[in-house]
Every structure is written in C-alpha cells, then in structure tokens.
Design a protein around this ligand. Structure first.
Ligand SMILES: [Zn+2]
Length: 214
C-alpha cells in the first residue's frame, strides 16, 4: 500500500480503502475533509462566501453480518457505517447572499461486489443504501456524494438579513411616534457620531491660521 504524505502511518488512505477488508475486520477510521478537496461541492459554494474552504469531520466503521448469500449458504455480508458532520456556505435563493448550511449525515451501506448485485438489491430497504465495494475504495468520493445528496432543494437562510432591515425600519417608525422621549433620551446619544467628523473639520479649519493671515 502506498503511503501518502500527510497520512499518519497505520491509518488507511481514505482515497483507496480496502473496503472488504475494512468491513471484514470491523475497522474504524476517522478524519477531516475540506471543501477544497471536493470539487463538486466547492461548485455549490458562492465566490463571496466568508470561508469557501470549510471542513467536515467523518467517521467510518466496518462490520459484517451473517446473511444468506446467492449460493444458498450463509456468509458474512459486509457493511459500512459512515457519519459526516460539518457546514458549508451556500447561496440563499431568497436573498442571494451566502449563509452557512449544516450537514449531518449518518448512513449505513450494504457492500456488494458488482454493479449488477447492487441493482438487484430491493430498494424498499430504505434504511440501508447499497454501494459497490472495492479494494481501492474512494471514501472521500462517497463523502462528497452524500454531501451533494444532502444539499437542500432550495438553499436559504432561516431568516434572511433582509428581514432584519424591514425590522429596523419598523423600529424607526416606532421611534417617530415617541419623538419627544427619543430626543430627550437618545437624541444626544444618536447624534454625536454625525457632528463629530464635522466638528473635527471645523477645528481643522480653525487650526489653519496660515489661510487667515493672508
Ligand atoms: Zn437569505
């Protein structure tokens, strides 16, 4: 097996995992994958996102379960359980600004040998998905696949920032009603920010005796 730089010794490379062995020996693995490693996922992240390269943590666990095989004998059926957690910035389809979308995936896969086997597996088993295993299985690819499948149909803020703006104008309207109180109490507190730059300008002008002496 190839050792990849940055892959601590002893840990399987998530890009080429022997999935059958992983399941058979009930192994566990965990890691972090960044959006920049997932090109199709990165496509979903708007350019103006505050962070385009967010991270996802993943955990995988192999297992087998004795099951009746095609040849009528009972054999160990390999399974994979995988969890992925994290967030990515998506574009809100309501206000067209980026927002952080959380992803929480927990899936169990029945590992089969061939595409044909995967197709003949009854789909009414909705709690278990079927994947074609391999001796060099790309777990990162599966993670990306699951993230893409978990994308919201219509990505959007729970509450768009625009809604806040309308709230602000509502507050301004309420302030208009209580003008007297607002000026007594907050009037002085609200204003200083504006006059200050002008005051500074004035003092600058006053502090330019050169012009006046001409
Ligand atoms: Zn929005």
């Amino acid at each position: 097996m190839t050792q990849h730089p940055g892959n601590p010794a002893g840990l399987p490379d998530p890009h080429e995992l022997d999935l059958f062995e992983f399941a058979r020996s009930g192994r566990q693995a965990a890691g972090v994958v960044r959006v920049s490693q997932l090109p199709r996922m990165l496509n979903e992240v708007p350019a103006e996102a505050p962070d385009r390269d967010t991270a996802f943590t993943w955990q995988a666990e192999g297992a087998t379960q004795p099951e009746l095989q095609d040849d009528g004998t009972e054999g160990p059926q390999p399974y994979l359980r995988m969890a992925v957690h994290g967030a990515a910035w998506l574009e809100c389809q309501r206000c067209m600004t980026p927002y952080p979308q959380a992803f929480n995936i927990d899936a169990t896969y029945r590992i089969v040998n061939t595409e044909a086997e995967a197709e003949e597996f009854p789909l009414d088993e909705d709690e278990v998905e079927v994947i074609v295993g391999s001796r060099q299985f790309d777990l990162v690819d599966l993670i990306e696949e699951e993230l893409l499948l978990s994308l919201p149909l219509v990505p959007k803020h729970e509450v768009c920032p625009e809604v806040h703006e309308s709230l602000v104008s509502g507050v301004a309207g309420a302030e208009g009603e209580g003008d007297e109180a607002a000026q007594d109490e907050a009037g002085e507190g609200d204003e200083p920010k504006r006059p200050n730059p002008f005051a500074a300008l004035e003092s600058l002008k006053r502090g330019e005796p050169g012009d006046k002496k001409h």
